[in-house]
Design a binder for this molecule. Structure first.
Ligand code: NI
Length: 177
């Protein structure tokens, strides 16, 4: 595995984004360092959530700070090996994703979720989330299963962003050639 400092944001269509991530086996200092790097990248790119596959690490971890503010570390939440226990209701909100710069899409999701996960101390915790937290944890949880938010919208919506997706695919080809 790459050292934490070497982790960088991965953009669509990087195949790691479509890969189902593996469970974390040990919560150790190396994981804490990767998590720290994830928060740093998230703040730098002005996001509120980031999943490990988005930095090229196929493990079941995501981070959230709804404030998006590095000066509010008390709002940082780390979810290791998360499980969604319960989901209820339905609502539509506009979402973005750091792996899809400049793309915003209305996505329908359950309104509230109960999520269980391990924290960096290795302790299991459960939270009932609603509002933006519910939205954000579901989006990040999807990343761990290789499900991207563009797959959660109608074919019509996807056609509307086809040109933007093609552009991202073109940029990836330029990078690799
Ligand atoms: Ni995302």
């Amino acid at each position: 595995m790459l050292p934490a400092d070497a982790l960088e944001l991965r953009l669509y269509p990087d195949p790691v984004l479509r890969t189902r991530a593996a469970p974390v086996v040990t919560v150790d200092e190396a994981l804490a360092a990767r998590v720290r790097r994830m928060f740093d990248i998230m703040y730098e790119k002005r996001g509120i959530g980031l999943a490990a596959p988005q930095v090229g690490v196929s493990e079941r971890v995501f981070v959230v700070n709804l404030s998006g503010d590095p000066d509010m570390p008390e709002d940082e939440k780390v979810f290791i090996n998360p499980e969604v226990r319960d989901a209820a209701g339905e609502c539509t909100e506009e979402e973005g994703c750091l792996s899809f710069p400049d793309i915003r899409l209305d996505v329908v999701r359950p309104e509230t979720v109960t999520i269980e996960a391990t924290d960096l101390s290795g302790d299991r915790f459960t939270i009932e989330a609603d509002g933006w937290l519910a939205r954000c944890v579901q989006h990040e949880f999807d990343h761990l299963d290789g499900i991207l938010f563009v797959a959660r919208v109608s074919m019509t919506r996807r056609l509307m962003i086809r040109r933007q997706l093609k552009e991202l695919e073109g940029r990836a080809e330029e990078r690799s050639s």
